[in-house]
Design a protein around this ligand. Sequence first.
Ligand code: NAD
Length: 360
Amino acid sequence: MSYKITLIPGDGIGPEVTDAAVRVLEATGIEFRWETVEVGAGAMEKYGTPLPDSVLESIRKNKVALKGPVTTPVGSGFRSVNVALRKSLELYTCLRPCKTYPGAPSRYDNIDLVVVRENIEDLYSGIEFEKGAPETDRLIHLISEVKQETIRADSGISIKTISEMRSERIVRFAFDYARKYGRKKVTAVHKANIMKYSDGLFLAVARKVAAGYSDIEFEDRIVDNMSMQLVQKPQQFDVLVAPNLYGDILSDLCAGLIGGLGLAPGANLSDDIAIFEATHGSAPKYTGMNKANPMAMMLSGVLMLRHLGEADAADEVEKAIAGVIAEGKSVTYDLKPEAPQTAAGTSQVADAVIRRLRRS
Ligand code: NAD
């Protein structure tokens, strides 16, 4: 069996960590045919757009992609390629498992959490009004007319939308995932006490969906309390389901609980397309330094193998990564806080994982 996969190396540390992940995936003996495509600043220069149609076509055709991180200019410049990909391909679920591996520098043992993040709407949907633009002025006037609320004229505005359909779809995904993988509890995260018509709707839908899954425990938490409890007692949680922005923030928090972004994998899923990518970004300051931890990308590759039905290979790669972490020799600086000067480089981590794979 050979798999054709769209490969997006990304930028910053992306090309290094994807190269390491590709080498490890190929060492399983499974045959991959990579269709490599470019997005972001490089694509902007060559094709005049950060997300060429040919990239979307490649993913639609292959159905599976492995993606490195892509830099989004802050404040101005082109809009996020990551958000555009998720919206264009209706990748409505962002799945981010966070698990402790013995030997990783974490404050906790035995964490095994999964963050299920709605990936399309909320404040992330990209409906934005720039300060001073004529349409912003019109919106401000409209709001003062229909709501009798005053918004300062020098405001920028981002719109938060939460729909019934998309809330139901993501909460259902979380419960189905919990059922499929033998998990016990789903916790919905929101701020419904303040945002009654957006987060309130999300919570109402979550409660309704939960009623149909009597075998799985359901609870909800307000996002500020949730953040505190995750730091104090993370073991009480199992599957978290959240609207886009809280899901984004909490997945980095959960990565922090298990030893950092270098160990946090992820997947963006629609009903028929899957893009696997780490939670972390392009960490530009480490570009080309052979320094970044490739394990989050490799673990995203493990999720990809499971998605492809290659469960044995997925288990083997995960075991090899866990072995390298436990041994603690060939790991990057982030997993060696006590002796970063003895850390291995990105490609040496790949070599060590591959050696273990060959031994097994
Ligand atoms: P980041 O995740 O890139 O990096 C934050 C810090 O985390 C780094 O400085 C580094 O100390 C550490 N880190 C991250 N990945 C690591 C790794 N693999 N190994 C070791 N340490 C690692 O976050 P940022 O600096 O806020 O974002 C940089 C750029 O990435 C921005 O342009 C942002 O928009 C983009 N971004 C892209 C994606 C994506 O492509 N999916 C996701 C998040 C951020």
